[in-house]
Design a protein. Structure first.
Length: 195
């Protein structure tokens, strides 16, 4: 195992282990007031995502005439034992009136949830420089797996916290030469699911 992988595993285990209280329950993360969940909600699942935030160079109403448009995440979410528990991506929410939204699918029972951004924070007391914002997301759709799997069905809200990387590329790097090219920007984050 490379030193990079070893360091990732160690930091993942330390971060997720610290999220457990003495009674074994998941302790909600400290977040800016602006993205707090409502009183009475408690986290029932948390994991560490490793993946990319994905962008495409397109024409846009900017001074350059081009800009990087966000086309979604692609990440694998691990538990404290470094086991894959979820896949995170963008997909069509199957519920009427919903569009393409952030999606999490359970790796074992294939239950899935879709969520949309409520609020975000770049508060420098929490968010590292050069990292994407922390988010509060509201669950807008849920599906059980084909065999009745429902591990994610309890989710009402999701936090994205402890972000690393994932920032949109510089606008100047999107131009006529790079039009329609994609940039997959590495990122990491912790996700907390609340019921």
């Amino acid at each position: 195992m490379s030193w990079k992988k070893t360091s990732l595993v160690i930091s993942l285990v330390v971060a997720l282990s610290a999220a457990l209280g003495a009674d074994g329950r998941i302790v909600p993360p400290a977040v800016p007031d602006y993205i707090q969940v409502d009183a009475g909600l408690r986290p029932f699942l948390r994991g560490h995502a490793v993946g990319t935030q994905n962008f495409i160079c397109a024409t846009a109403a900017t001074a350059y005439g081009f800009d990087w448009l966000f086309i979604g995440p692609q990440a694998t979410v691990f538990d404290a034992d470094n086991e894959q528990i979820l896949t995170h991506f963008h997909s069509q929410n199957p519920f009427p009136g919903a569009g393409i939204e952030a999606t999490w699918q359970h790796s074992r029972d294939t239950s899935a949830v879709w969520a949309t951004r409520v609020r975000g924070s770049l508060d420098s007391a929490y968010v590292s420089p050069g990292a994407i914002e922390w988010l509060l997301l509201r669950v807008t759709g849920k599906l059980v797996g084909p065999d009745g799997g429902d591990k994610l069905a309890r989710a009402l809200f999701i936090h994205r916290v402890n972000t690393v990387g994932g920032m949109k590329p510089q606008t100047a790097e999107c131009n006529a030469t790079t039009l329609n090219t994609r940039r997959l920007v590495p990122y990491e984050a912790d996700y907390y699911f609340y019921e």
